[in-house]
Design a protein around this ligand. Structure first.
Ligand code: TMP
Ligand code: ASP
Length: 247
């Protein structure tokens, strides 16, 4: 078993899984994986697709930066470190079949589903669960569905909600001075071989909504979903603001 600092010496093995935005590889350590970010954009459950050169690098840089920031603030996660422009090393986890969405401001599917006004600041964060199943189009579910169908137990749901709220607070505090409003985001969680619950997947403009706090401009994947143009420019802008002086 490698120690937590020598993830850089992992040897990449065969591909285990290819998703819409990332590929997962096994390594010479059964407890660790290598994640490679792709240049692909997809939306609406894969119906809309595009390739944009440089996207994988930006999401890897942004996601790694955010994970490092969260790790420094005590969040436990699968992420071990960034390997190069496109790849990260991570603890191998079994992902809960739940997408956890936290919303600070109303927009997106919430407004479509409930007919509520766009852009309302919620009095407190709203947490929603979606069942991860492409064939079903990731339907929204309640905590009770997750418990009754065995997707997570009560302690896990409680921990997942607490970590999600903590990530929200930390990210809002990170982004506010950079002129970015954290509108909403999606997290995924997994369990490692010893049963530890870890934040997983990625945190990037693919999985968050970022609005410029002075202009209201969208700086995230909504530019691709809604054909707003300058998609990679928005990702570059998020990276420019995050990396600030240390780029
Ligand atoms: P929604 O308003 O479309 O439900 O999206 C809520 C948040 O979740 C938004 O920040 C984008 C993110 N998201 C994903 O990361 N993956 C997805 O498949 C979807 C639908 C949303
Ligand atoms: N992640 C989903 C897809 O790739 C949907 C989305 O992000 O809008 O199709």
């Amino acid at each position: 078993m490698t120690s937590s600092t020598d993830f850089k010496n992992l040897t990449q093995g065969k591909m285990i899984y290819e998703g819409k935005a990332k590929r997962l590889y096994e390594t010479d350590d059964p407890g660790r994986t290598i994640i490679e970010y792709k240049d692909s954009f997809t939306a609406f459950n894969g119906e809309k697709k595009a390739e944009m050169s440089g996207k994988g690098r930006l999401n890897n840089l942004i996601s790694s930066f955010i994970f490092e920031f969260l790790a420094k603030n005590g969040v436990t996660m699968h992420f071990l470190g960034r390997l190069d422009d496109l790849r990260q090393a991570a603890v191998r986890v079994k992902i809960f079949p739940l997408e956890v969405v936290l919303r600070n401001i109303t927009t997106g599917s919430l407004c479509k589903r409930l007919g509520v006004e766009e852009g309302m600041k919620l009095p407190r964060p709203l947490i929603e669960f979606y069942y991860k199943d492409d064939a079903l189009g990731d339907p929204i579910v309640t905590e009770d569905h997750a418990l009754l169908f065995g997707w997570a137990d009560e302690d896990e749901i409680s921990l997942i909600k607490n970590v999600t709220l903590r990530v929200n607070q930390l990210l809002k505090d990170l982004l506010a001075p950079l002129g970015v409003v954290l509108v909403d985001f999606k997290l995924e969680f997994g369990k490692d071989a010893s049963g530890r619950l870890l934040l997983a997947d990625e945190i990037s403009p693919d999985t968050c909504r970022f609005w410029d706090s002075s202009t209201g401009d969208k700086l995230d994947k909504d530019r691709f979903r809604k054909d707003l143009g300058n998609v990679l420019g928005a990702y570059e802008e998020i990276w420019r603001r995050l990396s600030g002086g240390n780029k």
